[in-house]
Write a protein of this length. Sequence first.
Length: 203
Amino acid sequence: MTHHIHDHALSAAEALSPELFQAIERQGALEAWSPPQTPFPVSLCRSVAGQQLSVKAAASIWARVQTLSEHPEGLLDAFHPDRHEALRGCGLSGAKVKTLIAIADARREGWLETEPLRAMSPQARSDRLVEIWGVGRWTADMSNIFYFGEPDIWPDGDVTARKTLEKLTSKRRKTVRTAARFAPYRSFLARYMWRHADAPPDA
């Protein structure tokens, strides 16, 4: 399946720029998406906690957050206003703590169940997620791509993906328009851009 996607990406890139074509050709077919085992609300919290941080710093902070609960399945129970200072002590900003508490509240209210979210369209799922305080379109896009495995998401709010595509094509052409050439596999275009930049997605 990913070989077919790679061929599709090469065909689209060839019509846009030699640099983009070469960047994708060098990478070859990407590995297929595999569903994560972590419950979605926990995955969403980890994504928020790691935003705008290096992979190493994000992992270090999340490791400290996990110590707040003896059991992984009960981690989100530790995210409530009474634990604000404990969460801040893990290295989280005040805004991130507020967002994690809001995610935990949404989970407790029952509207972050994984399977109902999986049944939604990507747009409807994004709309649901951004209702949570502190969860923006970038976070929703990352959830759609990496948790739900949506193949056709172009995260235009991601600095690395956008700037890399501009560099390989043209700064005068909007990346949303360029990415449209890669439908229905725009998520794979983003993955190619991140790999080309040799950096993880960042906010």
